[in-house]
Design a binder for this molecule. Structure first.
Ligand code: NDP
Length: 312
């Protein structure tokens, strides 16, 4: 029997690391890295980020696509996704740790006013500001899934009062949990720092519009590591320019890379990071990809599969 064949296609991820990690997870899987794809008809599964449509269309026996990331928005409805092929995402401890580190870093930098300290240091000024207890700043996390749930717990461990918002009701010890659109305004009203870790779906696109941002308390901060299109960038800019929202740490944008003339570049209150909050770690993520290749070939249920009707 021929070994299952996995095709790797990404401009952003290292094929060598993934080749080694898949071999370590399951040496019986044949790994091919695009453009060396051999006979496309032999390919059973694909591990991809933004693949060319013609490459995917050539794989006429494709049984599963695994996205090289946690967010499936770039795959759902994409022209490159062959019809009827299920999409899986990465749910990975390594990726979770990396996101938790990003969020904790962002929240602490806001809480300890790191930009002010660094500015004073550059200007050789001793700029004493009395520090505040973490218990005095409320942090709210939108999205309590694999990444948001872990980030909320890590922030709570630092002593911040933490709330969270999700689609379905949750009970997480130490986190005040809200769910559904009816509770969104109340949730936002209690966020001195709002951390956004929602997936981008038809329901969440533009969810942080001017009306939603207006519910944040005076002097609040926004941290968005979910997707740029969750947020109305012009509305956030207006809130920051007016001084009502104190600042933002943004890893994701409606257009990436952030265009040269974008107003955020002129706002010192906006910390810009280049969509680098978290990526899958091949060594920790490869076992689930390898298992899904086997499952797809055997016609068994897949792990971490996206529900196209929910969009995540
Ligand atoms: P999950 O699917 O595990 O969690 C998603 C969470 O969002 C769930 O709690 C879900 O609610 C909630 N949610 C979804 N739709 C709604 C809605 N309409 N209203 C309220 N809550 C909603 O995703 P992950 O935690 O793994 O990842 C989250 C996102 O982070 C990804 O989709 C991706 O966009 C982004 N990301 C960004 C990275 C970066 O480098 N910046 C890296 C990796 C991911 P429920 O629990 O009820 O289902």
């Amino acid at each position: 029997m021929k070994p299952p064949v996995l095709l790797f296609v990404s401009e952003y991820d290292a094929p060598t690391e993934w080749r080694e990690a898949i071999a370590a997870a399951d040496p019986g899987i044949e790994f091919r890295a695009y453009p060396e794809m051999g006979d496309p008809g032999e390919i059973d599964a694909a591990l991809v980020w933004a693949p060319p449509a013609q490459v995917m269309a050539a794989c006429t026996n494709l049984k599963m696509v695994s996205i090289l990331g946690a967010g499936a928005d770039a795959a759902i409805g994409a022209t490159w996704l062959p019809e009827g092929v299920p999409v899986c995402r990465i749910v990975d401890d390594g990726m979770q740790r990396m996101m938790v580190a990003y969020v904790v870093h962002a929240v602490l930098a806001i809480h300890r006013d790191a930009s002010r300290t660094m500015k004073a240091r550059r200007e050789r000024r001793w700029d004493y500001v009395h520090p505040r207890d973490t218990a005095e700043r409320r942090v709210g996390v939108m999205g309590l899934g694999n990444l948001g749930g872990a980030a909320a717990k890590a922030i709570a461990m630092l002593g911040f009062p933490v709330s969270g918002w999700s689609r379905s009701p949750k009970a997480i010890p130490g986190i005040a949990c809200f769910s559904g659109m009816d509770s969104l305004a109340t949730f936002l009203e209690g966020c001195d720092v709002l951390v956004v870790l929602l997936p981008l779906t038809p329901e969440t696109r533009g969810i942080l519009d001017a009306a939603a941002l207006a519910h944040l308390p005076e002097g609040a901060f926004v941290v968005n590591a979910g997707r740029g299109a969750l947020l109305d960038e012009a509305a956030l800019e207006a809130e920051i320019r007016s001084g009502r929202i104190a600042g933002a740490t943004l890893d994701v944008f409606q257009e990436e890379p952030l265009p040269e003339g974008h107003p955020f570049w002129d706002l010192e209150e906006v910390m810009i990071t280049p969509h680098h909050a978290s990526v899958p770690n091949p060594m920790t993520a490869a076992p689930q990809v390898a298992a899904n290749v086997r499952r797809a070939v055997a016609g068994e249920p897949l792990l971490n599969v996206i529900d196209p009707s929910r969009g995540y």
